[in-house]
Write a protein that binds this ligand. Structure first.
Ligand SMILES: [Zn+2]
Ligand SMILES: [Zn+2]
Length: 348
């Protein structure tokens, strides 16, 4: 079968023929419907090396950690899953039996250091291929919803969903405001999820006008950049600041903007892996402000994300690429030429 393989550190992945996988005990073979191209893939094949980055991400393996597909074959001991049904794949794969894995949070597996991989497409073969082999436990049913457009939900949908759910207590009640910084794939879905889950006024900011226009269509009030950006955001909240802030960029200036815009007792979640720094000072931020990070989400939450998708409350914007154009999808992702999530659909 055709697959996009990360073969060596700090080099472009290659499109090549590899053997079709065989599902092991407890696993399912999926015919891939869609595989999303994510910025973290670029970090994997451009930035990591023998010395830097998780040991589990050593090449080579097939990329693609945002996957969906139709059941093609069942491994030994798997039942209750029908051939041909469409599923979204929960990417992270932990040990399956520690406290974190038991609550469906494989991202925080207590035995992660001993696992040979982190997720499908991150250390073990992913979905940028015609077929994908995954544990049956990682499947979330899509019913009759479009599986190709659903693929990015397993990361670009689940990551903001998890961050937002953790911040819901700060957004409960009337008169609340929430700020979304960075309107790429995750930020746009964050605006839709916040609109679906809360009654808060959603304020959004980005450097690209078309990204802000799309956030407005999803119900957000937008603020452009500039030296008085934090002041304009505060003005939109009636002076109090945003009760919750989500930073989907995570570089020095965006974390600073988040901390300048947050309300007393508010919560700032840095979602973007921009590796930025921030100097905290007791008098520099309102009292009881929380600053935290987040990473991916749980299997249970992915079921909830799919429920929102099937209800039409969230719609990922995707640009579909054929298998032969998969490397072009990564090239455009790296060049910043995409305005929607690139999804490689081997069937198209
Ligand atoms: Zn990702
Ligand atoms: Zn575990």
């Amino acid at each position: 079968m055709r697959a996009v393989v990360f073969e060596q550190y700090q080099s472009t992945p290659v499109l090549k023929d590899v053997p079709k996988p065989v599902p092991g005990p407890g696993e399912v073979l999926l015919k891939v419907a869609g595989a999303g191209a994510c910025h973290s893939d670029v970090a994997v094949f451009r930035e990591f090396s023998e010395e830097f980055g998780p040991a589990q991400l050593k090449p080579s393996f097939i990329l693609g950690h945002e996957n969906s597909g139709w059941v093609e074959e069942l491994g030994e001991g798997v039942s209750g899953i029908a051939i041909g049904d469409a599923y979204l794949v929960y990417g992270p794969i932990g040990c399956g039996h520690c406290p974190a894995c038991s609550r469906g949070q494989d991202t925080y597996c207590a035995n992660a250091a001993k696992m040979p991989y982190l997720a499908s497409g991150l250390g073990r073969d992913g979905g940028m291929a015609e077929y994908l082999r995954v544990p049956a436990r990682n499947l979330v049913p899509l019913g009759d919803a479009d599986p190709v457009a659903a693929a990015p939900l397993s990361d670009a949908g689940l990551t903001p969903y998890h961050a937002i759910k953790k911040a819901l207590p700060t957004l409960a009640g009337g008169g609340k405001h929430v700020l979304v910084i960075g309107l790429g794939g995750l930020g746009q879905l964050a605006v839709q999820i916040l609109t679906a889950l809360t009654g808060a006024t959603v304020i959004a900011t980005d450097t690209k006008d078309d990204a802000m226009r799309r956030a407005e269509e999803a119900g957000a009030v937008t603020v452009g950049g500039g030296p008085d950006q934090a002041a304009r955001i505060r003005e939109l909240t009636g002076g109090k600041g945003a009760d919750a802030v989500f930073d989907f960029v995570g570089i020095d200036p965006t974390i600073k903007l988040a901390m300048e815009s947050v309300a007393l007792r508010g919560r700032v979640t840095v979602v973007g892996i921009g590796n930025g720094n921030y100097t905290w000072n007791f008098y520099g931020v309102p009292y009881e402000v929380e600053l935290t990070s987040t990473y991916w989400g749980t299997i249970e939450e992915l079921h909830e994300v799919v429920a929102l998708y099937r209800d039409g409350q969230i719609t990922p914007e995707v640009e579909i690429f054929a298998m032969d154009d998969a490397l072009e999808a990564y090239r455009r992702l790296e060049a910043g030429e995409l305005s929607a999530r690139a999804v490689v659909a081997p069937g198209r």
